[in-house]
Write a protein that binds this ligand. Sequence first.
Ligand SMILES: [Zn+2]
Ligand SMILES: [Zn+2]
Length: 575
Amino acid sequence: MKKLLLVTAAVVAAVAVLVAVTAPPRALRLVPATDGTIPGILHVHTNRSDGLSGPDEIAAAAARAGLKFVVFTDHGDATRRPDPPQYRSGVLCLDAVEISTSGGHYIAMDMPASPYPLAGEARDVVEDVRRLGGFGIAAHPDSPKPELKWREWSAPFDAIELLNPDTAWRQWLDEAKSSDAKWSARKRLIAALFDYRYRPAEVIASLIQPSRAVMNWESATRRRRVVAIAGADAHAKIAPRNADPGDSRFALPFPGYEPSFRVLSVHVRTDRPLSGANASADASVLMRAIRGGHLYTAVDAVATPGSFEFTASNEHGTVHAGDELGAGGPMTLTVHSNAPAAFTTSIWKGASVLSGDHHDQEFSVGTTGEPAVYWVEIRATGQPNPLTWIRSNAIYVRGSTGAATAVARPTATVREAIFDGKTANGWRTEHDPTSVAAVETAPLVNSADLRLRYGLAGGASVGQVVALVYDTPRGIAASDRFSFSIRAEHPMRVSVQLRSGGAGGEQQRWQRSIYADTVQQEHTIYFDDLTRVEPTAPLRPDLAAVRSILFVVDATNTRPGDSGRIWIRSAALEH
Ligand SMILES: [Zn+2]
Ligand SMILES: [Zn+2]
């Protein structure tokens, strides 16, 4: 008996030593200084998609972690009506959706259900979310998994997730698999697995690596406001072997929700306090502040609770992080925080540090105040992993010329109509064996519309497709764009495609998806703006080899079983 006690004591002592040697330090407890912000977390998966638990359980975990709001982001195509905002365990719960696009994952919040599935190219999903009035977040841009990682930098996304602990796990797993440093990565992960049960949040934070996407964010802010945000990407399980949302066959039941919620938080500065009772009203107050970029992110597993404020003043007044300020003479930038003295605060101006190496909790910096984007980063220097503890949003100082805008295309001078406004000559349809399609003209007073009637076969999505086709046997090398006007029976997306080859040759397609509204709208598609459909096709079409122009309705953005009509009033090749 005595021997057993001795052995037990020895084991306990050994574990204590191991934890002391390998585990990251406990989060620093800071003097609570209320900065008036509301702490919460975004990007949480429930058991509606690949998360472990239901909303009630998750909200209770968030409440234990001291959070006031949670944004659920189950995987989906945005056709499900989001649950109305609701208080659970005193935590305001919002329901959003994480959409898979060909350019990475996009989180859409604060919008109604979409009338058709949102999918396909990232730029189109960004456009659809915006049209629906939603707020979109480019998810995990630092993910090592190309299927997940946000890659569409030219699309006008509203916000970007510069901190995502799920990405941190995946980065280490990736390194442990293949990199030159795989043995040190493996040792690091084994230590993390061992220490996790003693200091879970600290262990997760210790794996966070610097975000490379910060520079993509900075470059996007030169043209427009982009909210810098963080996501927990909490599932309460990790599935290292796969990247496919929804597939969790090899999942391990950690990191749990509560430890994930203790890793980081998003602190939102609302323009009035939340009632704590009226969930819908509180959700609008919260969303207004999030959309305005009135927030900062904090890694609580390093030091908690954070307190932070960043303002800029010039002759036009004083603004907070997230706001725009007209350029006007000298400007003073002021930072307040409760950062420990060992931490380092830097004020950035665009991509370079304007004023670094501050260790005071309160300081001001005078500048010439020229147009630029100013933001603050507080790094946990003096800690084993000196990661960014707090990141502000930007203050946008704009000159009278405003932000840079896109260059307009020259007007077309030559126009070759491919619809005569009277007959359907030259037009035909194609469809898969189970779907139906017909082309005809719909008479107007002195002319006619070209009309496609279609019915996609129902059931599972198995490549249902219908197309309105115009053949161009001699190619379209004389043109650089295609203009048309279109309307649809109900809001939908139509893929306009060029197809080469055929009749023995290999068919290849390039596409640009457009939104067709119930009112007639003009569209111009530039051939240098198309993307290939088959991944093996050349990036750009050889216009001389194009044999058909198609309006395609398929299961990417149309539900199987859907039917409807599309009207084309004019269609012309131009240059
Ligand atoms: Zn994702
Ligand atoms: Zn996710």
